[in-house]
Design a protein around this ligand. Structure first.
Ligand SMILES: *[C@@H]1O[C@H](CO)[C@@H](O)[C@H](O)[C@H]1NC(C)=O
Ligand SMILES: *[C@@H]1O[C@H](CO)[C@@H](O)[C@H](O)[C@H]1NC(C)=O
Ligand SMILES: *[C@@H]1O[C@H](CO)[C@@H](O)[C@H](O)[C@H]1NC(C)=O
Ligand SMILES: *[C@@H]1O[C@H](CO)[C@@H](O)[C@H](O)[C@H]1NC(C)=O
Ligand SMILES: *[C@@H]1O[C@H](CO)[C@@H](O)[C@H](O)[C@H]1NC(C)=O
Ligand SMILES: *[C@@H]1O[C@H](CO)[C@@H](O)[C@H](O)[C@H]1NC(C)=O
Length: 406
């Protein structure tokens, strides 16, 4: 019976392979970003102001994949995550070594510390440590408005929600690892978050607008708060993720830190869930103006909220009722992201659609401005946010499976 034996052996091998090779969406999207050579600095091409955040955000996505799945082989991924992490870190390092230069980039530059810290912890790379030191010094050089709020970039006195995603985890992890005696960092972190909270909070909805001008001289500045007029999904998405990611890094700091972060997170979670679109579970580009002409469901902000809601629930930061609402909304939006924005190519790669390019406060900052910025296919901000949303959804599914088994 050698032939039939071989037949069954093949069937067995094939079935094993099929079982083992159920590559999850998080890994497929990460592989796709890598196959497009995105989120890294191309040879002989200086990074643009927006490159830093693309690099740092995708690094954080890869590190989270490695933390959970350990190796790409474990989930039949096709690319070497570790190697990409290293090469994207190596490629950006030469641009980070001068603190004065660093301070001329947006606060987003600090997200590249994700890859640097990883290289330093895993391989004790000297260059990584030098870059981390330069980035840390550059925070001391960052210009501040009269209240002490960091400028986001080169616009005088303007602070943006966006910058917190890179600033907060950087200051917390750098201080924990290299500078534990700097006792002013916790106050600085809370001050930055709180200035944005108090100047950007929208009374009716509890959501936060994109940014504020402390000097109130911008054409769009609210005469009392300096706040800009519009609640933009992705900028609030960055801030919301900063609260959750900040909490993950808060354990070595005084309790007042996690108390503050938790209370803001819970308030914002309620507000964010309350404006989720009832049909899709996702979020509008202009978050509090559902269905207004020209407004649409935006795919990067929606993936960020999905990520942060799943993560906050998973890590136990939300009271039970709210955690259950958070999971329900995140789950509903995740299905919509898959159906509406993920493009499955014949060669197995995934595309990601429907991500707004850039919205700047160096503009009219009006409703018309926010709804008329171009939509991009395969933007890293959208695709990397989808990697993280998928991973959170997979962790959630795995936790249900293991509780069923026990
Ligand atoms: C660092 O960058 C600043 C601003 O671009 C420049 O003036 C300075 O010469 C640089 N320092 C070094 C050591 O290259
Ligand atoms: C400690 O951190 C604060 C706030 O980030 C900063 O202003 C200060 O310069 C830091 N001190 C040192 C010695 O780096
Ligand atoms: C920043 O704001 C202060 C007032 O708070 C003002 O005096 C200063 O001129 C502003 N800076 C710039 C560069 O506009
Ligand atoms: C996979 O297919 C997409 C869509 O046709 C294409 O843009 C991409 O270059 C392909 N990637 C590879 C690695 O062949
Ligand atoms: C992305 O979405 C736009 C607008 O819905 C659509 O026209 C375009 O064909 C989509 N791109 C892909 C690759 O599906
Ligand atoms: C702000 O926008 C104007 C008009 O588009 C542009 O000329 C200017 O350079 C921008 N300012 C900065 C600091 O980028």
């Amino acid at each position: 019976m050698p032939l039939s034996y071989m037949y069954w052996a093949l069937v067995f091998l094939y079935a094993q392979d099929a079982l083992a090779c159920n590559r999850p969406f998080s890994a497929r999207m990460a592989d796709s970003i890598i196959s497009r050579a995105q989120a890294t600095v191309q040879k002989r091409e200086a990074p643009s102001a927006s490159t830093y955040l693309q690099v740092g955000f995708f690094q954080s996505s890869l590190i989270r994949l490695i933390d959970y799945y350990h190796t790409p082989e474990a989930v039949c991924a096709e690319s070497d995550w570790e190697k990409y992490l290293q090469s994207s870190t190596d490629a950006i390092t030469p641009y980070l070594l001068n603190s004065t230069q660093d301070a001329s980039y947006p606060l987003d530059r600090l997200s590249t510390a994700n890859g640097l810290l990883y290289q330093y912890e895993e391989y004790h790379t000297r260059n990584a440590l030098s870059s981390l030191r330069s980035l840390r010094n550059s925070v001391n050089l960052q210009r501040r408005n009269a209240l002490g709020g960091y400028w986001y970039f080169n616009y005088p006195n303007w602070s943006y929600l966006d910058g917190m995603y890179s600033l907060i985890p950087f200051l917390l992890s750098y201080t924990t690892n290299f500078d534990p005696t700097n006792a002013t960092v916790p106050d600085d972190v809370l001050q930055q978050l709180d200035l944005l909270w108090t100047h950007c909070r929208h009374d009716g909805t509890g959501l936060l607008v994109h940014g504020y001008d402390e000097s109130k001289s911008a054409s769009w500045a609210n005469p009392v708060t300096g706040g800009s007029p519009i609640v933009w999904g992705r900028s609030l998405g960055w801030y919301f993720m900063a609260l959750v990611d900040g909490l993950e890094l808060s354990s070595s700091f005084p309790k007042s830190m996690s108390r503050y972060l938790l209370s803001r997170l819970i308030q914002l979670t309620e507000s964010v869930i309350s404006v989720a679109d009832s049909t899709t579970g996702c979020w509008w580009q202009v978050m509090d103006q559902a269905n207004r002409e020209g407004n649409y469901i935006e795919s990067s902000g929606s993936a960020m909220f999905t990520t942060a809601l799943f993560r906050a629930a998973r890590l136990g930061y939300l009271p039970d009722d709210l955690a259950s609402d958070a999971r329900k909304t995140a789950d509903q939006c995740y299905s919509h992201l898959l159906n509406a924005f993920v493009v499955q190519n014949d060669n197995g790669t995934l595309g990601y659609n429907g991500t707004v390019s850039v919205c700047s406060l160096n503009s009219s900052a009006s409703y018309e401005y926010y709804i008329s910025q171009p939509l991009l296919y395969n933007s890293v901000h959208g695709a990397a946010a989808f990697v993280q949303a998928s991973l959170e959804r997979e962790i959630f599914d795995d936790s249900k499976d293991s509780s069923r088994r026990t």
